[in-house]
Design a protein around this ligand. Structure first.
Ligand code: TMP
Length: 266
């Protein structure tokens, strides 16, 4: 794990910041700001940013998120990396149930509610206290994953998922979402190769076993979410070298982090 990987089992932000469980972590001003065009925050931003990364399997999110964390740290903008599912002790148990092979079939609505449970715990225990401490949070998957996978691909009601996310702490919205877009055939091939290399098929292979049509629906779902919220989303072509993609990502965040402007991404 990289030095930037601050998932709670690795680096507890409360230990670093002195924030306590009892501290009220929600910042109404930030929540409200997150509903508006984040470009309005440019130049006057005083709050930490919540940036999410989304994409199909094998789109290279984890690599890109680690690169961005490194560049932000170098630029004097400390950022921590976390993920869903699995960004809290409860979440790690849920992740193994959701992605592992122990339970062969999970009813779609049960699956969706488990992702939402993971998110509520993650927000309350990790994301909100970290943002309140002034540290940026880079999150590998968030609400859009539930909309794309459980909504668009599995066919659950999108409005039901959205309504659940109107209740605190689930009403937190990212300042910016980077969608790493890739042909699902290519993505699946990469993901299966990676799983084989790391021998993680048995513990985390649930979605890689889905048919190609499922992954096409996920991709289309993500693209339609991005089209509906152009202020929040930035679509990045996830083809090319890691450096090239990192440069594209940095470019698309330079309005929120001026220190990233003009760097070459390497
Ligand atoms: P990861 O391997 O990128 O960490 O993703 C974990 C898997 O969880 C991925 O296949 C997508 C799935 N997922 C959902 O289906 N819904 C969700 O809400 C989230 C957060 C992840």
């Amino acid at each position: 794990m990289s030095r930037h990987d601050a998932r709670p089992d690795v680096r507890d932000p409360r230990a670093a910041t002195g924030a306590s469980e009892a501290q009220e972590p929600l910042e109404p001003a930030l929540s409200a700001a997150a509903q508006v065009d984040p470009r309005l925050l440019t130049g006057t931003r005083r709050h930490a940013c919540f940036i999410t990364f989304e994409g199909i399997e094998g789109s290279g999110k984890s690599t890109q998120i680690a690169r961005l964390a490194e560049r932000l740290d170098d630029a004097g903008e400390p950022a921590v990396v976390t993920r869903e599912p699995g960004g809290s002790p409860l979440g790690r148990r849920l992740r193994s149930l959701l992605l592992g092979g122990e339970i062969a079939r999970i009813e779609p609505i049960a699956e969706m509610l488990l992702y939402v449970a993971d998110r509520a715990q993650h927000l309350r225990e990790f994301v909100e206290p970290t943002l309140a401490s002034g540290t940026h949070v880079l999150c590998d998957r968030y609400l859009d994953a539930t909309l794309a996978y459980q909504g668009h691909a599995r066919g659950l009601d999108l409005e039901l998922i959205r309504r659940l996310h109107e209740t605190p702490p689930l009403d937190r919205r990212p300042h910016r979402t980077i969608l790493l877009d890739l042909d699902p055939e290519l993505g699946l091939e990469r993901a299966l190769r990676r799983n084989e290399e790391r021998r993680i098929e048995a513990s985390e292979g649930r979605y890689e076993r889905e048919a190609l049509g499922f992954h096409r629906r996920v991709r289309e779902g993500y693209l339609s979410l991005a089209e509906a919220e152009p202020f929040r989303f930035r679509i990045v072509a996830a083809e090319g070298s890691t450096d090239e993609i990192a440069a594209r990502v940095a470019d698309l965040l330079s309005d929120l982090f001026p220190a990233l402007d003009g760097e070459d991404g390497s």
